[in-house]
Design a protein around this ligand. Structure first.
Ligand code: GLU
Length: 362
């Protein structure tokens, strides 16, 4: 286990639910035991766990996932509480405290909130406690949702600079067209993406496709990712001992600093600006900042300081960056030289609409 300092483990709803949809307390206990063993070996563990909705459905005796948003959120609220109670009790048996963290995409969009989560996690780890993370289902509606917990776990792994993200599900890993387990993936290419399929379940939300997307995000941030069967005995310990279980996605060398990774992966873009061919060349080939003179269009409603997409011809997203001006201001100054900004905006702002230090080419 020496090669790991910090890992993120994501547990899917299917892993901790039995066939009759009851919450599988023995499995939760076993996962808590394995995590405690890993902690005992000096590796810091963060747990991203699904199962709030599944647990709530079970406690309320619901056969079907509620369709009404507020019913779903109420179900998650009841389930989350119980889930935390179980994890806390099982970790307590091994002398570990658990801290609950509930997040939405908005917490990742705002750089201050993002750094705040990072420091809180740091403080929890300082107490040798296990941060237990889930989407804040009771407030998250579609607009502010992370999407699913596979994505949430990748955001958390990047945020806390983990060495590895382990995604536990109810299959062995990524399976090839002949039904064989792929044990190692060097590069996530079209072939790998095409193996994902789109399986979904009505208790949780993710499928293999979202897991591979998450693997793609973290490996680009220099973090290894393992997808494995969480129903297998000692699976976490086997992974930590390098026993070659599940599918391991090898990490790429990350050339991006933390702030740029936040721009590229963690925050969601609030709008887009379209740029002409000359500006595309300046960004892609000359590593320049984006000036208003190359902007031909603005989409969405965003404030200065928010992350936006930068699109070349044919609406292809080529970069992301932090806008120095709001969408309203950019509509007024697009196509113009910065010497005209003062007379149009009433103040002298930045020369660049997106500075190269706040810009990531995708
Ligand atoms: N947050 C949801 C829950 O705890 C699960 C979302 C997911 O599985 O992706 O039930």
């Amino acid at each position: 286990m020496q090669k790991y300092k910090r890992i993120v483990i994501k547990v899917g709803t299917k892993v901790i639910t039995s066939k009759d949809r009851a919450l599988d307390k023995e499995r939760i206990k076993d996962i808590a035991q394995q995590i405690s063993d890993i902690q005992d070996n000096g590796v810091e563990v963060l747990l991203v766990t699904s199962g709030a909705i599944g647990a709530g459905m079970w406690l309320l005796g619901l056969k079907k996932r509620p369709v009404n948003l507020h019913e779903l959120q109420a179900t998650a609220s009841i389930g989350q509480n119980y889930l935390m109670h179980l994890y806390s009790e099982y970790f307590k048996l091994r002398g570990y405290l658990a801290g609950q963290i509930l997040l939405t995409q908005e917490d990742f969009n705002d750089r201050k909130r993002y750094l705040n989560i990072k420091h809180t996690i740091g403080a929890l780890l300082g107490h040798n406690a296990i941060p237990i993370i889930n989407e804040n289902d009771t407030v998250a509606t579609d607009e502010i949702k992370c999407g699913d917990n596979d994505r949430l776990s990748s955001l958390v792994a990047d945020l806390c600079q983990a060495n590895s993200l382990i995604i536990l599900t109810d299959v062995e890993g990524l399976i090839d067209r002949d039904g064989r387990l792929i044990t190692s993936v060097q590069e996530i290419n079209q072939n790998i993406l095409s193996l994902a399929g789109s399986s979904r379940c009505d208790l949780g939300t993710g499928g293999m496709a979202t897991k591979i997307e998450s693997a793609n995000t973290v490996t680009q941030a220099g973090i290894e990712c393992v997808i494995a069967n969480g129903k297998k005995k000692n699976i976490l310990l086997d992974i930590m001992r390098g026993e070659g279980v599940g599918t391991t996605f090898k990490s790429a060398k990350s050339g991006l600093i933390a702030r740029k990774r936040w721009i590229a992966f963690s925050s969601k873009s609030k709008g887009a600006i379209s740029i002409d061919e000359g500006a595309v060349t300046a960004l892609l080939k000359k590593n320049k900042s984006l000036l208003a003179s190359g902007i031909v269009g603005v989409k969405g409603d965003f404030a200065s300081g928010e992350v936006i997409s930068i699109e070349g011809p044919k609406n292809r997203e080529i970069a992301r960056g932090v806008a120095n001006y709001s969408s309203d201001e950019i509509s007024k100054i697009k196509g113009l030289k910065s010497s005209r900004f003062k007379s149009i905006l009433g103040y002298e702002g930045h020369d660049e609409v997106v500075h190269k230090d706040n810009l990531v080419i995708l």
